[in-house]
Each structure stands twice: as C-alpha cells, then as structure tokens.
Design a protein around this ligand. Structure first.
Ligand code: NAP
Length: 231
C-alpha cells in the first residue's frame, strides 16, 4: 500500500498488521515503529523510482493494492491562477502518474492472484468541483478515471476495483498542514474509521462486495455511488 508513513495510510497498515494480514507499506519516509519487512522506500513523483520499486517486488505475490499516498499541494487552498507549474507537476505526478504506473506494473500480479483487489482512497473532488483545490482535484479525478478504465478492462472474477469516497473530513498530518494553526479539528474524524472499512473489504474472502465506487459514511457504511456509464 502507498502512503504508509502517516494519516489514513498508516492507520490502515497498523490495522492490517493487528489482524495478521501481511502488508508492505510504501512511502518516502519510514515510520520509526514499523518493522523493516513491512516497508519499502518509494517516491511516487519520480517515474524511475516507481519502476525501481515495482522491480523489487518481482518475487513477491501481490493480492491487493491499497492506494493512499497524496500530495495535497502547497499551503492552504488557492485558485488555479496562483498554482505554480512546479505544484501542478508535483501533485499530478505523485497522486496520478506515479499511481498509474504502479497499478499498471502490478496488474499482472494482482490478476494472477484472482480476484486481485485494488482499493483507492478517492475523494469528493474526483466527482464534484474542487474550488481552491484544482491541482489536487485534477490528480484525484485522473487516478479515479484510470481505475474505472482498468476495472472495465478486467472481469470481476480476475480483478475487483473499489474506490472509496469519504463523505467527511479526517484528522491527518497532511490535512493539518493545510489548515490555519488555530483551526478547530473537533468535527474531524479518526482515520481508524477508514482503516476498519478497508480491512473489512480485504477480509471478506468469498463474499467480496460488488466492485465500484462507494461513498464512505462516518458510521463506516459503504453506499454504492452510481457513476455515469453512458451518455
Ligand atoms: N484526510 C481527509 O480528510 C481525506 C478525505 C478524503 C480523501 N482522502 C484521501 O485519503 C488519502 C490519505 O490522505 P491523508 O490525509 O491520510 O494524507 P497525509 O496525512 O498527507 O499522508 C500522505 C501520505 O502520502 C505519502 N506521500 C506523499 N508524497 C509522496 C510521494 N511523492 N511519494 C510517496 N509517498 C508520498 C506520505 O508519505 P511520505 O511523506 O513519507 O512519502 C504520507 O504517508 C489520500 O488519497 C486523500 O486524497 C483524505
């Protein structure tokens, strides 16, 4: 899984470890409390590093891929007109291009362990206008669309793609960096809610939920989101 070093990704990795799933976390920084066998270094913004990382997994069977890494962009929300070329490139490379390459290179392994599972932590901005978050929105919508295409290319017997769209905000290190110092986080939820939902899907064995996009509610309920399939 990507985004293992903090926030929702770290909560998912710790939850999986507690329930004895073997998982490997990928991120640039290694969390201090994580065993070496559970972590590999990866910078998703660098294409060569994504290719190097997937090569190190050549002899490792992969049944599921959880996509959680994110670069939210510079500072607090700001309009497209004040988004620099460097920010567009870094955010879209990390959130979209890096993940697309990772997914495409690991697809044969996932399908070999059918049904392979991909769980993407998507976002409301992949479905709705994300004013003040244009680089983040473009990157999340790009990955969301790529995964819908991958799902359409593979039968549900060989690959199951789940895209989870949280309907509430979560208190993570990345979000804290985007808010003013005196911001009140009391209405923000614990990432453990997402970790439970992801674990439930990965533990479902023979009764996996129908693949697709789900709106993830604060009580852990997954409501199917019906995407446009024809125009
Ligand atoms: N928090 C929310 O309210 C919320 C709501 C809806 C959806 N989501 C989605 O949930 C996911 C997790 O969000 P979060 O708030 O937990 O994020 P976060 O606290 O900012 O954590 C981001 C993770 O991504 C990794 N990362 C960042 N840049 C990277 C790079 N270039 N290469 C590799 N890894 C990189 C970071 O690790 P390193 O820095 O060590 O590399 C870190 O582990 C995201 O997909 C986000 O879009 C979050």
């Amino acid at each position: 899984m990507t985004g293992a070093s903090q926030g929702i990704g770290k909560a998912i990795l710790c939850n999986l470890a507690r329930t004895r799933h073997f998982a490997i976390g990928l991120s640039r920084r290694k969390p201090e409390d994580l065993d070496d066998s559970m972590w590999r270094g990866l910078d998703l913004a660098k294409i060569a590093d994504v290719i190097r990382c997937t090569s190190t997994l050549e002899s490792t069977p992969v049944r599921a891929l959880v996509l959680c890494a994110v670069d939210y962009g510079v500072g607090q929300r700001h309009p497209a007109a004040t988004t620099s070329a460097e920010e567009w490139q870094r955010v879209i490379n990390t959130n979209c291009v890096g993940h697309c390459i990772l997914v495409s290179r690991l697809l044969p392994k996932l399908v070999a362990n059918s049904p392979g599972i991909i769980i993407n932590l998507s976002s409301d901005v992949a479905l709705l206008p994300g004013a003040g978050r244009s680089a983040y929105a473009a990157s999340k919508a790009g990955l969301h669309a790529m995964l819908r295409a991958v799902a359409a290319e593979n039968s549900a017997d060989s690959l199951r793609v789940y895209q989870l769209v949280p309907t509430f905000q979560l208190d993570t290190e990345g979000i804290r960096r985007r808010r003013p110092a005196d911001f009140d986080f009391s209405s923000y939820a614990d990432p453990a809610i997402i970790a439970e939902a992801v674990n439930k899907i990965l533990s479902a064995q023979g009764s996996l939920p129908v693949p697709g996009t789900y709106l993830l509610r604060r009580d852990g309920t997954l409501d199917p989101h019906h995407e446009t399939t024809q125009i």
